[in-house]
Design a protein around this ligand. Structure first.
Ligand code: PHE
Length: 337
């Protein structure tokens, strides 16, 4: 009777109280289990009555336990309702990240070229001298091979971080037969001091088209199509004669400044045009190095900086922003395409 009273008078305010009750009365190590264990020592003639009593206590304990659980549940629900939460406040903002602007720009470039029949190719960032320089017709003492431009990893044989993705095109030419129409985006490395306009690591996308009778007019029209799709249909193109060891003739690719519409602003230094990359007809020596007959095939190549395209498209004035991972910069690009 006393035990029953104790059970019925037990109150619980916290989970801890509840757990104490459980340990004392319900668990296998509790007092009721002890009583049950003692049954065998009780005289057989009263054992039955005692058993009924013990069972009663056991049931009482279990019922009380459930009551206490219900009470505590009620209390905690009640306290939530009475708490200081203001349900009229806007929800906690979505903290999902957004795509990096360079990835968005890269995907857009790929999409435009895929629609005119270019496929994608990739290659290693650590390259040998052959794929990065020699097969691309770099003369032995060309300044680009020198230490100030290239990160060499090993000397003799030279292994370096690729300085352009033209190396991927060498690999493609060596392994595939024309017609070849491929686009190679990727990271490139140059030993330059980091500033608003230069970085030791940036991204390029290069295109290569090799077939019978590919002409400079095809090159210019392909580039024009691309810049109109990417920067807008009024964009104009200007090719300036230039020099690259792997193309002949070679040209620098300028587009009409999309910020001032060609009227002149400080982005285009009041010239109305900005440079986006280089291009040219693949040098016969390059075709020969890769085992393609220059009498039968001709081709064009072009290369553009992805950071540069992003900077022009979104008016970003500092190259370093792309790698600093400043959330305030990155989140401005959520939802763009
Ligand atoms: N590979 C050149 C560079 O990195 C760009 C280029 C590519 C120029 C293809 C012409 C043709 O500067």
């Amino acid at each position: 009777e006393e035990l029953k009273k104790e059970i019925l008078e037990y109150t619980a305010h916290t989970q801890e109280d509840l757990e104490n009750f459980r340990q004392k009365f319900i668990s296998r190590k509790g007092v009721i289990t002890d009583l049950m264990k003692g049954m065998k020592d009780i005289a057989p003639e009263i054992r039955k009555d005692v058993g009924i009593l013990f069972n009663d206590v056991k049931n009482t304990a279990q019922e009380r336990f459930q009551e206490l659980i219900d009470k505590i549940d009620e209390q905690s629900n009640g306290s939530e309702q009475n708490s200081e939460i203001d349900f009229s406040l806007p929800p906690i903002p979505d903290t999902l990240g957004s795509e990096h602007p360079l990835n968005t720009v890269k995907s857009r470039i790929i999409e435009i070229f895929e629609r005119i029949g270019f496929n994608l190719s990739e290659g290693p960032e650590v390259e040998d001298d052959w794929h990065n320089f020699t097969a691309l017709n770099f003369p032995p003492n060309h300044p680009a091979r020198e230490m100030q431009d290239t990160f060499f990893i090993e000397k003799d044989p030279d292994i370096a971080l690729r300085t352009h993705t033209s190396s991927v095109q060498v690999r493609i030419m060596e392994n595939q037969k024309p017609p070849i129409r491929t686009l190679s985006p990727g990271k490139v490395y140059r030993n330059e001091a980091i500033s608003a306009r230069a970085h030791c690591m940036f991204h390029q996308v290069e295109g290569l088209y090799i077939d019978k009778n590919v002409s400079f007019a095809d090159l210019k029209q392909t580039l024009l199509h691309f810049v109109r799709e990417f920067f807008g249909k009024d964009t104009k193109i200007r090719l300036r004669p230039s020099y690259f060891p792997f193309t002949e003739p070679s040209a620098e690719v300028d587009i009409s400044c999309n910020i001032c519409g060609g009227k002149g602003c400080n982005i285009c230094k009041y010239t109305g045009y900005v440079e986006i990359g280089g291009c040219g007809m693949v040098d016969p020596n390059v075709l020969k190095s890769a085992g393609i007959d220059p009498e039968e095939y001709t081709g064009f190549a072009f290369g553009m900086g992805i950071e540069r395209m992003a900077m022009l498209k979104y008016q970003i004035n500092d190259l370093r922003l792309f790698t600093e991972n400043d959330i305030r910069f990155l989140k401005q690009f959520s939802g763009i395409s």
